[in-house]
Design a protein around this ligand. Structure first.
Ligand code: NDP
Length: 277
């Protein structure tokens, strides 16, 4: 897939390590943004039912003429659709909007633990996997307790946990749990949503040393940790910049300096507390 390395998920499926996220891309800008990403060389696209832009993703994929077996499409079941039957119906709706026959990776978007539905939802994802309608299944925003519970109660280990992760929130404990369980770590908001992180002076120094941008240094850090990353941009120059991260390498001193930036700085909600439907 366009020279992007792949990681092998715990069921043998290959997933590109770098993909393109479309959270907060307005529906009417989605076709242009995804088309720009596909033209740049991205083959993995990360959307979700709640983003309201699956239809735009579907149009861009179809328009590209790229065969689905060269693409990797992720979408997610929203909180309001959790539960066995509702999840199966939500999946059908997503598939139709995306104009696809199957999804490559289907995720539970949030555990919403107080709602007590994520185990049944996980059973529905296993049904979709068994029926060949998805190539891999996983979760998002799951804490260790949620991961262990679905594994204990359903007996199937999620292939991926997509979590908030960037140099200000490095998630060492959860990454260690993933390594123990065989769950691949996928980083959302890998660039810290383009805020203060990209102005960080330590990252700026490392970027100057390599003749790269701070965004490229952050993405390189993720890749060298083994994370899957899905940076978002609607700006063609940044879409290209974020894809051009395979021609340099951070050294051990750079990695050590970036390790000092962790401050458990979450941008998004705490997954133990977020129960919105
Ligand atoms: P990112 O960390 O990818 O940052 C995106 C922001 O950074 C945008 O404002 C973008 O601006 C800016 N940006 C992108 N590239 C550069 C660059 N090279 N230089 C400077 N600024 C840049 O944030 P997201 O929250 O979008 O996370 C990425 C993806 O993760 C999402 O799109 C979504 O697919 C997924 N996600 C999943 C969540 C979950 O709960 N599972 C939650 C949040 C995100 P512009 O677009 O204007 O160019």
């Amino acid at each position: 897939m366009s020279g992007v390395p792949t990681v092998t998920l715990n069921n043998g499926v290959a997933m590109p390590q770098l993909g393109f996220g479309v959270f907060q891309v307005p529906e009417d800008e989605t076709v242009a943004a995804v088309t720009s990403a596909l033209e740049t060389g991205y083959r993995s696209i990360d959307t979700a039912a709640i983003y309201g832009n699956e239809a735009g993703v579907g149009i861009a994929l179809e328009k590209s003429g790229i065969p689905h077996d060269e693409l990797f499409v992720t979408t997610k079941v929203w909180n309001a659709d959790q539960g066995y039957d509702k999840t199966l119906a939500a999946f059908d709706a997503s598939l139709e909007k995306l104009r696809l026959e199957r999804i490559d990776l289907y995720l539970i978007h949030w555990p919403t633990p107080a709602r007590e539905l994520y185990v049944d939802t996980w059973k529905a994802l296993n049904k979709l996997l068994g029926d060949g309608r998805v190539r891999a299944i996983g979760v998002s925003n799951f804490q260790e307790s949620h991961l262990r519970r679905v594994i204990d109660e359903v007996g199937v280990v999620p292939s991926v946990n997509q979590i908030e992760l960037h140099p200000l929130l490095q998630q060492e404990k959860l990454r260690a749990v993933h390594a123990e369980l065989g769950v691949r770590t996928e980083a959302w908001s890998p660039l810290g949503q383009g805020g203060d992180l990209l102005k960080n002076p330590v990252l700026a120094e490392i970027a100057a040393k390599h003749g790269r941008s701070t965004a490229q240094v952050v993405l390189r850090w993720h890749l060298q940790l083994g994370n899957v990353v899905i940076p978002k941009s609607v700006t063609p120059e940044r879409i290209a910049e974020n894809f051009d991260v395979f021609g340099f390498e951070l050294d051990a001193a750079d990695i050590e300096r970036i390790a000092t930036l962790n401050q458990n700085g979450r941008i998004g909600p705490d997954p133990d507390e977020f129960n919105a439907a």
